[in-house]
Design a protein around this ligand. Structure first.
Ligand SMILES: Nc1ncnc2c1ncn2[C@@H]1O[C@H](COP(=O)(O)OP(=O)(O)O)[C@@H](O)[C@H]1O
Ligand SMILES: [Mg+2]
Length: 401
């Protein structure tokens, strides 16, 4: 079997499209490879079998522009594969390849998300047009990527609400779902523990950024970040308290501007309180996840924060209520009452899952890398944040869970 699972990096010449070929028939793959190379594209990977779950994840997280799927050996499995590639990474242009010109098959391919249908024998004119369309799409996506990133803030109704747990796992899920760079910032500056939760010991922290506001630029901020094994870049909180006057709107605003220019997504753990510096964070936020639990004092705080956000211009932004550790059988207060108190819909309900959360902390394996109820909700949140449709609840052969 001739399979290359190690996808090469995108070719240095930006204008060159990178293409991965998938098909069990070696001869057909060879013919496709020759035809594509004649169109000045780079074949950066070849799979001699329809990929399994791990290889599919690697493929959709890779930097390739186009994936060509040969349908003929097993059209049903191949179509399922097309659908999964498209739903996991909508930036990839998927092309289906078949000797069968049945219009019904073509419709199925398009429904699965394929952008091109290439018939065997391959025509160089048809292929050239398909490559031009894929290149134009790449250029447009590159242009969109330059737009400044989104700031997604997790804010707790009180300490212990689950902000750190949810923000850290959401950042990992967002990195995987969007296939784009994600930074995670600990703005619970005095008592933040994102580094501990992610098992990282950074040499530098946000304190270095706030102590040197005049030096703040992309290069300096890059040196303060530490990368988690999932690829998420963390700007951690220091392990000691820092003088409160250092934390003010000007410093924080500048830092967030720089991060937003550098990362498509900036996820913020705002802890339970941001003190006087919260306005700038909320003003810059594209979404605020208000994390609360279904008990009286938490809801009371959440209600105050929600109405504060509604009263200010910030209220026009997306505020999404996240009810954490929710167990409808053991809840003091039911959902209808919570919605009424907060005057906002309950957007997300994260189940109480003490065992898995504990195990994740003990083993250092983030929940977002496991099949757990908390992870399932966090992935849905991440998918919505990066514009992907919700995962179907049904179990899929290729699905995450
Ligand atoms: N959905 C959940 N199920 C079970 N335990 C949770 C859940 N979310 C958080 N926890 C636990 O609750 C505690 C507080 O969570 P944490 O994320 O540190 O809150 P915060 O950052 O808001 O203070 C931690 O021990 C964490 O492991
Ligand atoms: Mg915390």
């Amino acid at each position: 079997m001739n399979s290359t699972y190690d996808y090469q990096q995108r070719p240095m010449t930006k204008s060159v499209l990178s293409v991965v070929l998938i098909g069990p028939d070696e001869e057909r793959r060879r013919v496709l490879g020759v035809a594509f190379r004649q169109q000045q594209v780079a074949i950066t990977g070849e799979l001699g079998a329809y990929p399994n779950f791990n290889h599919l994840a690697k493929l959709t997280e890779s930097d390739c522009d186009v994936v060509v799927v040969d349908l003929d050996r097993d059209p049903e499995v191949a179509l399922d594969l097309v659908e999964n590639i498209c739903s996991r990474n909508s930036l990839i242009t998927v092309m289906a390849y078949s000797s069968d010109r049945d219009p019904e098959l073509l419709v199925k391919c398009m429904r699965a998300g394929a952008r091109e249908f290439l018939s065997e024998p391959i025509s160089s004119t048809v292929l050239a047009e398909a490559v031009i369309r894929a290149s134009a799409r790449r250029l447009e996506l590159d242009r969109q990527k330059k737009v400044s990133g989104k700031i997604l803030v997790f804010w707790g109704a009180k300490g212990g609400s689950g902000v750190t747990t949810l923000a850290s796992n959401f950042a990992i899920a967002l990195k995987r779902e969007s296939s784009r760079e994600v930074s995670l910032v600990d703005l619970n500056i005095q008592l933040g523990d994102l580094g501990v939760v992610l098992g990282l010991t950074p040499s530098f922290t946000i304190a270095d950024a706030l102590r040197n506001p005049e030096r703040l630029d992309q290069d300096f901020v890059s040196t303060l970040l530490v990368e988690h094994s999932t690829g998420v870049s963390l700007l951690a909180a220091p392990d000691h308290c820092i003088p409160a006057p250092l934390v003010h709107n000007g410093n924080l605003g500048k830092l967030l501007y720089i991060l937003r220019d550098q990362f498509p997504y900036v996820v913020v753990d705002a802890g339970p309180s941001l003190g006087g510096s919260r306005e700038v964070v909320f003003e810059m936020a594209d979404a605020i996840y208000l994390v609360t639990q279904a008990e009286i004092s938490s809801l009371r705080n959440a209600q105050r924060l929600a109405s504060h956000l509604q009263e200010t211009a910030i209220g026009e932004r997306r505020v999404e209520v996240v009810l954490n550790r929710y167990d409808p059988r053991n809840s003091e207060i039911d959902e209808a009452r919570i919605t009424k108190v907060l005057d906002l819909p309950l957007k997300w309900k994260v189940p109480n899952d003490y065992l898995n959360v504990r195990r994740s902390l003990d083993t250092g394996v983030p929940l977002a890398l496991q099949n757990t109820p908390v992870a399932r909700t966090v992935y849905q949140m991440a998918r919505e944040a990066c514009g992907k449709p919700a995962l179907p609840v049904k179990k899929s052969k290729w699905g995450l869970f």
